[in-house]
Design a binder for this molecule. Structure first.
Ligand code: SF4
Length: 231
């Protein structure tokens, strides 16, 4: 992916009039907010791509970085730090290791609810991100979808003719080196109601970690190498 071209096209995208108008309204209320399409960020040699739904009003739509600045990000980064994929449990201080983070829909939707046509339009950017992610090195890779809509959009790109059920912990093979995993979204509602807790989420991250490290272990056995590979 040509990052410069991608960022320019994303920043200038006005395909969804409803969301463009929503950004303008947010800017009037909160002039300092980012309130624009939010690009992917993280480790460009990533093994794991995390896909959320859309920017949160006081999170990514404020800071310009997916999952930075709101309670969903606090939950996510506590777990990313625990497993070693982030250098800090504080999203605004953390550097990501092995991970990139994006959203299925890059613009802030009213009431956090994109409509289907917006999901479809924006999936072109997501598809571009996934293609770049798949080709940025060797070994196993995982896409972790946070919430049913992110899972539906990603599965729609990789398995367009199949109807796939979403649930926490479901996984889907794209090929032998790429799996999609589904998690309940770490929204305040899901966390406060106990639908998702840290134990459930950390256990899923452990599964993903084992999967993305499998090929690295195999390579080491074959080559006898014990260092230097980016796992
Ligand atoms: S949601 Fe995606 S497709 Fe729609 S305007 Fe924003 S960047 Fe463009």
């Amino acid at each position: 992916m040509d990052q410069g071209d991608y960022r320019t096209r994303l920043a200038n995208c006005r395909l969804c009039k409803r969301l463009v108008e929503h950004h303008k309204a947010i800017k009037l209320i909160h002039p300092s907010y980012f309130a624009a399409p939010v690009p992917i960020w993280g480790d460009e040699k990533s093994k794991i791509l995390i896909v959320g739904l859309a920017p949160g009003l006081h999170g990514a739509s404020r800071t310009g970085q997916a999952f930075v600045g709101d309670s969903s990000g606090e939950f996510l980064f506590a777990s990313l730090f625990k497993i070693g994929w982030a250098t800090s449990p504080k999203a605004d201080e953390a550097k990501l290791h092995k991970v990139m983070i994006t959203n299925a829909v890059k613009c802030l939707p009213p009431a956090n609810k994109p409509i289907t046509v917006e999901e479809k339009r924006c999936s072109k950017f997501l598809e571009e991100e996934i293609v770049a992610f798949r080709h940025n090195g060797s070994g196993n890779r995982a896409i972790l979808c946070l919430g049913g809509i992110a899972f539906k959009v990603v599965a729609g790109l990789t398995h367009p003719r199949e109807r796939i059920r979403f649930g926490h912990g479901v996984s889907l093979d794209v090929n032998e080196n790429l799996k999609i995993f589904g998690s309940y979204h770490p929204s305040r509602l899901n966390v406060n109601t106990g639908r998702l807790n840290s134990r459930m989420f950390n256990s899923l991250l452990d599964r993903i970690d084992k999967f993305v490290n499998m090929r690295g272990d195999l390579d080491q056995l074959i080559t006898g190498s014990i260092g230097g590979s980016c796992k």
